[in-house]
Design a protein around this ligand. Sequence first.
Ligand code: TXA
Ligand code: MG
Length: 321
Amino acid sequence: MITPEIIKAADILRAGGLVALPTETVYGLGADARNEAAVRRIFAAKERPFNHPLIVHLAEASQLTEWASDIPPAAWQLAQAFWPGPLTLILKKQPHVLDIVTGGQETVGLRVPAHPVAHAVLSAFGSGVAAPSANRFTHISPTSAAAVREELGDKVDWILDGGDCAIGLESTIVDLSGPVPVILRPGMITSQAIHDVIHAPVAAHQGVSEARAPGMHHLHYAPLTKTRVLAAEKIPAYLQSLPITEFPLALLTHTSGHASARKDVLHVQMPDHPGAYAHELYRTLRTLDHQGLKNIIVQAVPDTMEWEAIRDRLAKASQRS
Ligand code: TXA
Ligand code: MG
């Protein structure tokens, strides 16, 4: 799928520019991963601290050897099972990989995205594209081209519009650089699905040091509006207890029967299926951020594996409060 837009995007990357590109998870802000000045521009545009490493995006799994060394069999198994797709592998880096990309670490994050536009750009460009989510630091990741424009405006040279992101949450990150695979960031590929492919224990992300994976514990992925997650049965009493100055607020529920009769409560019915919920979540929070609300209250989602990435992002969304 080579269109004039794809050729232009690849040309901008070659010239050291920034291109926002759609992936199946969220939009990324891409630069030539081998060009230090270009990668620095990503940090400037996002106002992101330099020690936060970036994921390098590739067109094909076969390019892994150009970026990673000592690649364990589990990496090839996971690549075979889930690429192209919403999975990032952390592997020992090749010596040439820039410190600005890895945050000075000995590892590099690699992903082959599934979105046809991302794939076309990566193929046309022919090398790795460093791309964090295309939002300003600590903001919610953009899941549409309009959201990228809202976040970055003219700080990006070219925005490729690939429509709404199908998944809507960032990739699952698995660190394979140590003795035990560790999930650094849950995503819609669950730890169970990873275990089923590699047949080895997979450690959860709790307890991962901030130095290994900056961005895991900081205030991240948060709407600007104060957000709080509450079990369904606690919501009525909580609304009762809030002073009038805490309204209007939005109430997000995914099961029925929780609508409030109050005019100053905006009720948002979310899907009760995790895939559909993930798809809606960032778009919903972004829209609500524009509505002059005092609070966003979110009904806690189920405690099961399929909801793990959503639970993680809701926990992060409520950290600004
Ligand atoms: O779905 C995604 O992964 C999206 C799309 C654009 O691909 N990208 C994305 O990138 O979410 P970003 O930069 O917003 O989040 C990447 C996370 C960061 O928290 C970073 O700390 C972690 O990946 N990361 C990247 N390289 C790493 C490394 N070498 N070691 C540990 N963590 C790493
Ligand atoms: Mg991000």
